[in-house]
Design a protein around this ligand. Structure first.
Ligand code: IPM
Ligand code: MG
Length: 363
């Protein structure tokens, strides 16, 4: 079988970790007899520099004609002036919206070999296994009006709109419940219903969807409380369903449970296709472009490698291949390989390329 994949290396450490991802795809292709046809395109800061736009039309078109997209990261100090008219992040948001990727799946697992890399106590983080399902193309990220204006008394003010339709909430909750059925049968719906109208609709719709899944335990948790419970009793969570902004914040917080953001993969998906077809998705490490360590060869490639595993499993239905990649990552960690971000005494500190090779030797 032949699969078309668009690679978007982006900015900062993006190109370094992308090389790791491409290498893993080539190796899996060779070992298991698949053809992964990979083509690079530009997005983010590099695209602004080369074309003036963070998301050139050709990039979007190329992604649309692929079976899946692998993206590293966008952004950096060079483009982060708050007064700039175009920003790299607009490229990312444009991709999500343009490709209709409404569900962002962010698994947060504690690796038994890395419990000491978390600042939290080992007994809190051991065996954590959560999936955050974040709404990705609605809410305050995309609500209009948004802007800045001068008031009649000559002061600046700025405003955003947090808006959700019932369809947007329902389709996201459906993804969360279906995922929970393959896991520990629990969905935590996160909102701020005591304050926000959009959250009250969220909760109303969440309850309606929950009635279709009587076999799944359902709970509502306010976002502020959820932030605290994630640190105090993370093992109580299975699937967490959240809006765009709340999911963004909670997923960074939850990354602490896994030891390092350098370990977290993600998938962004649209509607599920008919059985047997590839499920288009964009796969991306959760860490950013880390401009402070760019070009040094020390970035952790594991989040990208684990994103490739998610691509194999979800978009292409290649479970055995995905297991092989995930197993190789665990084995490399067991054998003591560590990049700087997850380094602990007595382990072997390696760079991006060595870590990638250590994983590939174990596939
Ligand atoms: C993320 C990032 C992005 C977001 C930024 C880079 C636009 O924080 O994917 O979590 O806010 O969605
Ligand atoms: Mg974020």
């Amino acid at each position: 079988m032949k699969y078309k994949i668009t690679l978007l290396p982006g900015d900062g450490i993006g190109p370094e970790v992308m090389s790791a991802g491409a290498k893993v795809l080539r190796t899996i292709g060779d070992r298991f007899g698949h053809e992964f046809d990979m083509t690079e395109a530009i997005v983010g800061g590099i695209a602004i520099d080369e074309t003036g736009s963070p998301l050139p039309e050709e990039t979007l078109e190329q992604c649309r004609s692929s079976d899946a997209v692998l993206l590293s990261a966008v952004g950096g100090p060079k483009w982060s002036d708050p007064l700039a008219a175009v920003r790299p992040e607009q490229g990312l948001l444009g991709l999500r919206k343009g490709l209709e990727l409404f569900a962002n799946i962010r698994p947060v697992k504690s690796f038994s070999t890395l419990t000491s890399a978390s600042p939290l106590r080992a007994e809190i983080v051991r065996d954590v296994d959560i999936v955050i399902v974040r709404e990705l193309i609605g809410g305050v990220y995309f609500g209009r009006p948004q802007g800045k204006r001068i008031t009649p008394d000559d002061k600046r003010e700025a405003f955003d709109t947090m808006v959700y339709s019932e369809e947007e909430v329902a389709r996201l909750l459906q993804v969360a419940y279906q995922l929970a059925r393959q896991r520990r049968h629990k969905v935590t719906s996160v909102d701020k219903a005591n304050i926000l109208a959009s959250s009250r609709l969220w909760r109303e719709v969440a309850h309606e969807v929950s009635r279709q899944y009587p076999d799944v335990e359902s709970e509502d948790v306010l976002v502020d409380a959820c932030a605290m419970y994630l640190m105090r009793r993370p093992k109580d969570f299975d699937v967490i369903a959240a809006s765009n902004l709340f999911g963004d914040i909670l997923s960074d917080e939850a990354s602490v449970l896994s030891g390092s953001m350098g370990m977290l993969p993600s998938a962004s998906l649209g509607g599920k296709p008919a059985a047997g077809e590839t499920w288009f998705g964009l796969y991306e490490p959760v860490h950013g472009s880390a401009p402070d360590i760019a070009g040094k060869g020390i970035a952790n490639p594991l989040a990208t490698i684990l994103s490739v595993a998610m691509m194999l499993r979800i978009s292409f239905g290649l479970a055995e291949e995905a297991d092989a990649v995930e197993g190789a990552v665990e084995q490399a960690l067991k054998d003591g390989y560590r990049t700087l971000d997850i380094m602990s005494p007595g382990m072997k500190e390696v760079g991006t390329v060595e870590m990638t090779d250590a994983v590939l030797e174990r596939v």
